[in-house]
Write a protein that binds this ligand. Structure first.
Ligand SMILES: *Cc1c(COP(=O)(O)O)cnc(C)c1O
Length: 530
C-alpha cells in the first residue's frame, strides 16, 4: 500500500474501485438516495390509522377537495431516508470546517443538554408570563454577559441573525437621527464589507458610499474623513467590521469612531468577527454605537445549513433609548417584561419591533451555557487560541500560497489570494473543489472582494495541532500538485463526492423549482438465462 507524507494510505486500489460499478448505484456506505417523492407512494400511509366514525368536517368550504399529495413512508423508511441524506452533509462534527468569517466552531454537547432541559426546550411564547420567570432571568443574565464583554450598557436581544441585527442597529440609528430632527441619507461602508452591510443600508433607504481599502487591507481614517467632508451633514453612519474581513484589526478604529461622532453620525460595528477579541478588547471602549453579535458564531451553536441564528445588538448610551420592543426592564431584582408602548417610561422610545416574541430561546441557553462553562478566562483563551490557530496555518502556508498584505500576524482568520496559482491553469474554484476530494469543506472563496481570488481560512480554536498539521500538509500537497502541472487533479474535481461539479450557472439562471413525477421505477428481478 502506498502512503502519503503523513503516513496515510493513498490511492492504491482506487482505479479498481471506480471501474467496478455497483448494481444499486451505491458505493458501500455512500448511498444514492432518491427524493422522498420517488421512494414513497401517495396512495399508502406509513402508519395504521383507524377510520374515524361520524367525522363531521368543520372547515366548510375550506375543506380540501384534492389529494394532499404527500407520500406515505413507514417510520424505518423515513428514518433511513433522512439518515442517508444526512451522511452527505459536511459538518463541524465530521471535520475541520475552515469557512472564514463564519466561525464554524465546536458546539459543546453540554450546551445541547442545557437547551433541551424541559423548562427551556418546551417553553411556548404564548404561555403565561407568570410561568416564564426563569427564561427571562436567563435572557437577562445573557444580556449582562454580552454587555460586560462588549463594554456597553444596553442590548436588544430579539434579532434572529447577524443580518437581522444589522437591520435592528441601523433602525435604532435611523430613529435616533429622526428624534434629533435631522434624518440623513448616506451610509459609509468599506469595500471589504460583508454583503449584508450595504444590503442593510440600502434596505433602509440609505445611499451606500464605499470607502476604499488601504494597501494593507485596513481602513484609513483620512479616507473616512474625506467622505464625511464631501457629504457634510448627510452621513448617518459608518458600518465597519472589526476585526475586518481580511482578518486584520483596524488600527485606527478609535480615530475613525471620533471622526464619525464629530460629524454627528453613528458607528455601526459588524461584530461577526468578535471571536478574535472576546476578553481582549471591548468594542464599547473603541467607540461603537451599535454592534450585532452572532451568537451562533462566537458563542457556539451548530449553524450553517439553516441551523438557528441569533444576533443580539449591543447599543451605546446614545442609542439605548431606541431599542426595539419587547425588552426586559430591571427594577432592582425584579424583571419586568415590556411588551407594549403603554408600559414605556420617560427616556424609552423604541423604534418598533423586530420579532413577534423575545428571540431565539434555544440559542440563548446555548450561548449562556458556553459562557458559564468557559468563564471569563476561558472565553479569553478561546479567542487567543483562535488567533494562534489562524497564524499557525498562515505560517505553515505562507511560503507556498500568497498573502495579499504581507507576512504579518493576522487575527482569527488568514486571507490568501490566488497569485500563487498564476500560470498553473488551476483556478481558485478548481482548488476549492480539489479540497472536497481530500475530505475538507473549502475555505471561504472569493470573499472579501478586495483581493483577487480570495481564500479566507478560519480554523477556529476547536482544532488540535494534529488537525491543523494535516490540513496544512493537505493544502501544501495541493499547491505543489498545481505548480507541477497536475491539472487533472483539479479540472474534474471533485472526483469522490456524491455529486461531481455542478453547472452552477444553469442552477442559478434556470433553476428547476417544481418536482414532476418521473415514470415509476421498475426493479426487475434478474433471472438466469435459459
Ligand atoms: C456572518 C456574517 C454576517 C451575517 O450574519 P448572519 O448571522 O449570517 O446573518 C455579517 N457580516 C459578517 C462579516 C459575517 O461574517
Amino acid at each position: 500500500m502506498s502512503m502519503n507524507t503523513q503516513g496515510r494510505p493513498t490511492s492504491a486500489g482506487e482505479a479498481a474501485a471506480t471501474a467496478h460499478k455497483t448494481f444499486t448505484g451505491n458505493k458501500a456506505l455512500d448511498m444514492e438516495e432518491p427524493l422522498i417523492f420517488e421512494i414513497g407512494r401517495t396512495d399508502i400511509c406509513g402508519v395504521d390509522l383507524d377510520e374515524v366514525e361520524d367525522f363531521q368536517p368543520r372547515l366548510g368550504k375550506h375543506e380540501r377537495k384534492s389529494e394532499i399529495g404527500l407520500v406515505g413512508l413507514s417510520e424505518p423508511e423515513t428514518m433511513r431516508h433522512y439518515v442517508r441524506l444526512s451522511r452527505n452533509n459536511y459538518a463541524i462534527d465530521a471535520g475541520l470546517y475552515p469557512l472564514g468569517s463564519c466561525t464554524m466552531k465546536h458546539n459543546p454537547r453540554l450546551n445541547e443538554k442545557m437547551a433541551r432541559l424541559p423548562g427551556f426546550g418546551d417553553i411556548h411564547p404564548l404561555q403565561p408570563i407568570s410561568t416564564t420567570a426563569g427564561a427571562f432571568e436567563l435572557i437577562d443574565e445573557l444580556a449582562r454577559w454580552l454587555m460586560e464583554t462588549t463594554g456597553t450598557s444596553a442590548v436588544a436581544m430579539s434579532p434572529k441573525a447577524g443580518a437581522h441585527g444589522e437591520q435592528c442597529g441601523m433602525m435604532a440609528i435611523k430613529k435616533a437621527l429622526e428624534a434629533r430632527g435631522e434624518p440623513r441619507s448616506i451610509v459609509l461602508v468599506p469595500e471589504s464589507a460583508h454583503g449584508t452591510n450595504p444590503a442593510t443600508a440600502a434596505l433602509l433607504g440609505y445611499k451606500v458610499v464605499a470607502i476604499p481599502a488601504r494597501e494593507d487591507g485596513t481602513v484609513d481614517v483620512s479616507a473616512v474623513q474625506e467622505k464625511l467632508d464631501l457629504y457634510k451633514g448627510e452621513v448617518a453612519a459608518l458600518m465597519l467590521t472589526n476585526p475586518n474581513t481580511c482578518g486584520l484589526f483596524e488600527p485606527q478604529v478609535v480615530e475613525i469612531a471620533k471622526a464619525i461622532h464629530d460629524a454627528g453620525a453613528y458607528f455601526y460595528c459588524d461584530g461577526a468577527n468578535f471571536n478574535a477579541i472576546v476578553g481582549k478588547a471591548r468594542p464599547g471602549d473603541l467607540g461603537i454605537d451599535a454592534m450585532h453579535i452572532n451568537l451562533h458564531k462566537t458563542f457556539s451553536t451548530p449553524h450553517g445549513g439553516g441551523g438557528p441564528g441569533s444576533g443580539p445588538v449591543v447599543l451605546s448610551d446614545r442609542l439605548a433609548p431606541f431599542a426595539p420592543l419587547p425588552f426586559i426592564r430591571k427594577n432592582g431584582s425584579e424583571l419586568e417584561v415590556i411588551e407594549t408602548r403603554d408600559q414605556l417610561v420617560e427616556g424609552e422610545d423604541p423604534f418598533g419591533r423586530m420579532t413577534a416574541f423575545h428571540g431565539q430561546m434555544g440559542m440563548f441557553v446555548r450561548a449562556l451555557s458556553y459562557m458559564l462553562s468557559h468563564g471569563s478566562d476561558g472565553l479569553k483563551q478561546a479567542s487567543e487560541d483562535a488567533v494562534l490557530n489562524a497564524n499557525y496555518v498562515r505560517v505553515g502556508l505562507q511560503d507556498l500560497m500568497t498573502l495579499p498584505y504581507g507576512e504579518k500576524p493576522c487575527m482569527h482568520e488568514v486571507l490568501f489570494d490566488d497569485t500563487f496559482l498564476d500560470g498553473t491553469g488551476v483556478t481558485t474554484l478548481d482548488f476549492a473543489k480539489a479540497m472536497i476530494d481530500e475530505g475538507y469543506h473549502p475555505m471561504t472563496m472569493y470573499f472579501p472582494l478586495v483581493v483577487h481570488g480570495a481564500m479566507l481560512i478560519e480554523p477556529t480554536e476547536s482544532e488540535s495541532r494534529a488537525s491543523l498539521d494535516l490540513f496544512v500538509a493537505t493544502l501544501r500537497d495541493l499547491v505543489m500538485s498545481a505548480k507541477s502541472g497536475e491539472t487533472e487533479r483539479f479540472a474534474g474535481a471533485p472526483y469522490h463526492a456524491p455529486r461531481r461539479r455542478l453547472d452552477e450557472t444553469s442552477a442559478a439562471r434556470k433553476p428547476i423549482l417544481k418536482w414532476t413525477p418521473p415514470a415509476p421505477a421498475q426493479v426487475e428481478p434478474l433471472v438466469p438465462a435459459e
